[in-house]
Design a protein around this ligand. Structure first.
Ligand code: GLY
Ligand code: MN
Ligand code: MN
Length: 508
């Protein structure tokens, strides 16, 4: 990796620490260099810029937002670059609400902000971002965070306008635009994305003696609205979910093919993790969340993302992975694979119980065409099966009815997580929605969620016979609610015991 050139020359003992970060080499200072580096570049404006794939869909989303908050200024930041260490940043990933409203993709657009300014009959929408700098600027050749020479070309205002379909302005105008007239205009800010903008707005609120508690409650309402706005996916989003599932499907083939290498490697779980990452990053934007590659007892650690373990031939390995498309929509799939290619009798018994729970959840979701089905019923259907099978295994200390009662719930010892969550731009999508819009909501066409029951018998669990200990199974599919029932978006994945065995055996 190269480093930014210092403007100040070699470090001296009295040089402030902050200035020493880029003292590894010296930037040319001569007028001759500046003239020469600014000249001779083919930097034609991209006048033929194509609209973003989502650009036909985002106006309706912004209009819904505008209608819900008449007369108020609405500020939706993308977020900024995050330092990983010293002078290296994480790859940028904007806030999902911002992506939903602008249609931007991949690593666009750090430090930008969408502002809806109230007008007589709605809002004027402006996207503030850092437009590309001229080749004659210092930024062009010397700014390792934003400069074109370092991080590649950026859009000018006209190009960004053509791509997003939103009027654009220079980010340097944003502080004034978002803080002006707060005595007469109320502002709502999507918090949690950009601390700089939060500080600007909160300071401006203090200056007009706004009631901070009321302001923060207003901000929360905006976050809730933007979360609930994503509960029903439009056709474009459904297409992107299909794309994410397709990339993930290919990634799981890569994972299965990597199993012999995983067994041979001391940290076989990392072999699996990186096999998936290679597919997700090659064909999509990357992984939508950290991959869980959990062999043996690690499968019973629900968010096992260290992935440092070995993968033994007789183990089950639980792989929970999802690729995020360039549009930033993600899949979320789990398959539990017998490394040897064959489930043992007890592994198979547990697998079939989990599969039956998943099937019951699918079946109740499909009933929405005949009667209203609320989201929580999907989980309840899976839990009835789990409780019955645990009783069959002789593990429940009470009757099935006692366990299923709210005062019981003993079966949840072996599945403490929920069965379903909404899925979309975030793996746990729509997380700021109200309970009656989420768990208590009726299933409606366009909803996308997971069905992911599991059973987890930890190696340290003294309440199960030894043969169960160190076995964890989860089966997770991605589901679209349709007019006719439900569609399993991940139907292309091997799912039954026989299908999964054939899949693994085929790669051995
Ligand atoms: N991978 C996270 C989840 O399944 O919810
Ligand atoms: Mn999930
Ligand atoms: Mn998952």
């Amino acid at each position: 990796m190269t480093t930014e050139e210092s403007a100040t020359g070699p470090t001296t003992p009295d040089q402030p620490l902050a200035d020493r970060v880029n003292t590894r080499s010296r930037r040319p200072q001569s007028a001759a260099f500046r003239d020469f580096v600014a000249s001779g570049w083919d930097r034609a404006s991209a006048g033929d810029a194509q609209p973003l794939p989502a650009a036909a869909w985002t106006p309706a989303r912004r209009e819904a937002l505008s209608r819900s908050f008449p007369g108020e200024r609405l500020v939706i930041p993308a977020g900024g670059l995050k330092v990983r260490s010293n002078d290296t940043d994480y790859v940028f990933r904007a806030h999902s609400a911002f992506i939903h409203l602008t249609g931007l993709e991949q690593d666009s657009e750090p430090d930008s902000v969408l502002v809806l300014e109230p007008t007589e009959d709605g809002h004027e929408q402006t996207f503030y971002f850092r437009p590309r700098a001229g080749a004659d600027t210092e930024e062009f050749f010397s700014d390792s965070r934003y400069g074109e020479y370092w991080v590649g070309p950026r859009e000018d205002l006209a190009t960004m306008e053509a791509r997003t379909g939103i009027a654009c302005a220079d980010i340097r105008e944003a502080p004034e635009a978002i803080t002006k007239d707060l005595g007469s205009v109320s502002v709502r800010l999507l918090r949690g994305a950009d601390t700089v903008i939060e500080a600007q707005i909160d300071t401006a609120r203090e200056q007009v003696a706004a009631d901070l508690e009321i302001s923060l409650a207003g901000d929360d309402e905006l976050a809730q609205f933007l979360s609930e706005l994503r509960l029903i996916k439009d056709e474009y989003e459904i297409g992107e979910m299909r794309r994410a599932v397709d990339i993930t499907r290919a990634g799981f083939d890569t994972v299965v093919a990597s199993l012999p290498r995983a067994v041979a490697h001391a940290r076989g779980e990392r072999v699996i993790e990186t096999a998936f990452a290679q597919a997700a990053r090659s064909d999509g934007n990357g992984v939508g969340y950290d991959t869980i590659a959990a062999a043996g007892d690690h499968a019973c650690t629900l968010h096992w993302i260290k992935n440092t373990g070995a993968v033994a031939d007789g183990d089950l390995v639980l792989v929970d992975a999802g690729a995020e498309a360039d549009s930033l929509y993600t899949a979320d799939i789990t398959r539990t694979l017998p490394v040897s290619g064959t489930f043992t009798e007890v592994q198979g018994r547990i697998y079939d119980a989990v599969l039956e729970a998943a099937d019951a959840a699918f079946a109740v979701a499909a009933e929405h065409t005949r009667r209203p089905v609320v989201f929580a019923e999907v989980h309840d259907a899976a839990m009835r099966v789990i409780a019955h099978r645990l009783a069959d295994f002789g593990l429940l200390p009470v009757s099935v009815d006692e366990a299923l009662a709210p005062t019981g719930q003993q079966h949840r010892r072996w599945m403490v997580h929920g069965t379903s969550h909404h899925l979309g731009l975030d793996v746990h999508d729509c997380a700021q929605a109200r309970a009656d819009m989420y768990l208590g909501a009726e299933l409606r066409p366009g909803m996308v969620f997971t069905i992911e029951p599991g059973l987890y018998f930890k190696a340290a669990d003294l309440l199960v016979p030894e043969e169960y200990r160190g076995i964890g199974v989860r089966i997770e599919d991605d589901v679209l609610v349709t007019e006719d029932g439900v569609e399993n978006l991940s139907a292309g994945f091997p799912r039954t015991r026989a299908e999964v065995e054939a899949w693994v055996q085929g790669a051995r």
